[in-house]
Design a protein around this ligand. Structure first.
Ligand code: FE2
Length: 512
């Protein structure tokens, strides 16, 4: 209210001489005096809310000075009041102070006395205002801190949910998913004993598929019948459960807690109304109770994990169907020509035998087994008049045949094959000297597995009768390989083929 250190001071006194004298003193102190000759007039001015200090006589013609003081406190609680009287008494002084007056002055008073009182009153008002301002600031700060806290809580919650989505989304197979779910549950809750239990295929019991903090024996041997114990009950009822020291197994009052931990979480993994299993989290680090927020997070984790399990099953089923469809397609293409019937199966047998003889790892053998069966899938795009032509192909027709490795690679694109498998399909007609197709690769540029399938493919072509010529036999094939050894075909692979043939595998020699 005080502007540039100038305060508005109201003087209420019915005696004009005293009013003017006090006003002059106030003015000389650098403040702005206002005057009222009655209690009502003083109250009216106070009602404007612009008065910094009230100096009032104890006796006014229309009301007692104490009444003016009381009304002043109602209208403007912060405005300090100095009471003045020409007839001092201890009683009145006590009443005035009790009613909230800051000073009780006796007339006549000197300027210095008034100035001291005015300074003290204004200083007190300033301190009260400052105090109020600080309290308002503190309140604002407390509100901001509360809002910040809530914002941080929300952010943390969001980050945790994102983390769940990120981790679940990055897993590829069920086993790594289960491992990640257990690790993430421990990370997000501080739980030191975590287990993911899934229903057995017959749906009769839960067994542990991944765990943390459990002995190997317990993890391996635990089997909880559906409906039995806490985990069995949660699975049966599909009701998530949070147990704390103050919330003891409310959903299952007839079941004793089988966990030694005073606080634990058990949530079901449910998909389309069917329960897959449960996630157990117990023994919080530090011994505290799990929180409602952690409980919610675990439910979210279990739900996302269940969806992922279902997606994996769907993907696997789609994948198997697609592979079945493609291998059937290959058989169909080959069946059009009685001479190429079962060609891909025989190529696969020879290629696998070569790879085994060369001591290649199981993963490579699996890749050969899978991709060899599909190596000619691209021939589906070649029309029968070319594919089944009994005469020599024209250059243009041969160009069409040469597209099949590239077409084949694009057909298997949705299968997300590993690079070696894709390269078997694309590069089984490449030759070491760069004379092959479709990319004209040379030597080691051709993947080893593609070089193996190239030999197996050529061997089968030479040892079976084709629509355009009769089978040329094993001896012819070996001679031809000798002629093109190191030029078209890898010498090590040819040696392996010879070793395979030397072992006289009836299955391999049957066609030759
Ligand atoms: Fe081919």
């Amino acid at each position: 209210m005080s502007l540039n250190g100038v305060s508005q001071i109201l003087i209420a006194d019915d005696h004009a001489g005293i009013r003017e004298m006090v006003a002059a003193m106030i003015e000389s102190m650098g403040h702005r005096p206002l005057t009222a000759e009655s209690g009502e007039a003083a109250v009216e001015i106070l009602g404007l809310g612009t008065i910094d200090l009230l100096i009032t006589d104890l006796v006014l013609p229309d009301m007692d000075g104490l009444e003016v003081l009381r009304r002043s406190k109602e209208l403007s609680p912060l405005t300090p009041v100095i009471l003045v009287t020409g007839y001092p008494s201890v009683d009145k002084a006590i009443q005035a102070i009790k009613a909230g007056a800051i000073e009780f002055l006796t007339k006549p008073f000197k300027r210095e006395v008034l100035e001291r009182s005015v300074s003290r009153a204004l200083e007190e008002r300033r301190l009260i205002e400052e105090n109020q301002r600080l309290m308002t600031e503190a309140n604002k700060l407390a509100v901001i801190q509360r809002l910040n806290q809530r914002l941080n809580d929300k952010l943390r919650e969001l980050m945790n949910h994102n983390r769940i989505s990120e981790v679940i989304g990055s897993t590829e197979d069920n086993e790594s998913l289960f491992r990640h779910v257990v690790d993430l549950a421990a990370e997000l809750t501080g739980g030191q004993r975590v287990s993911l239990m899934l229903l057995t295929p017959d749906g009769a019991a839960l067994t542990i598929r991944a765990s943390l903090g459990l002995s190997e024996h317990v993890a391996r041997e635990t089997r909880v019948p559906l409906g039995s114990g806490i985990a069995g009950a949660v699975a049966e009822t599909r009701t998530p459960l949070l147990v704390t020291r103050t919330n003891t197994v409310p959903a299952f009052p007839d079941r004793p807690a089988v966990y030694s931990s005073p606080s634990f979480i058990c949530v079901p993994l449910v998909i389309s109304g069917e329960v897959l299993g449960v996630l157990n989290v117990a023994e919080r680090a530090g011994g505290g109770d799990f929180t409602a927020e952690e409980f919610t997070l675990m439910q979210s984790l279990a739900q996302k994990a269940a969806i992922r399990v279902e997606n994996n099953a769907l993907y696997e089923s789609i994948y198997c169907n697609l592979v079945d469809t493609l291998t059937t397609l290959v058989s169909t293409i080959e069946a059009k020509d009685p001479y190429t019937k079962e060609h891909s199966k025989r190529v696969t047998q020879v290629a696998v035998a070569i790879a085994r003889t060369m001591g290649l790892p199981d993963a490579d053998i699996e890749s050969i087994q899978f991709a060899s069966l599909l190596h000619d899938i691209g021939k589906i795009a070649v029309r029968d008049s070319i594919l089944l032509k009994p005469d020599r192909l024209t250059a243009a027709e041969f160009d069409v045949i040469k597209t099949h490795p590239v077409v084949g690679e694009s057909i298997v694109e949705p299968l997300n094959l590993i690079p070696a498998e894709r390269r078997i399909i694309r590069h089984h007609h490449e030759r070491l000297d760069g004379s092959g197709y479709p990319d004209g690769l040379r030597g080691d540029q051709i993947h080893l597995l593609a070089r193996i399938v190239a030999v197996a493919d050529a061997y089968d072509a030479m040892t079976t009768t084709r629509v355009y010529r009769r089978a040329m036999g094993q001896a012819y094939a070996l001679n031809e390989f000798e002629r093109t050894r190191g030029v078209h075909y890898d010498p090590d692979i040819l040696d392996a083929l010879q070793a395979v043939l030397a072992a006289e595998s009836p299955a391999l020699c049957a066609a030759s």
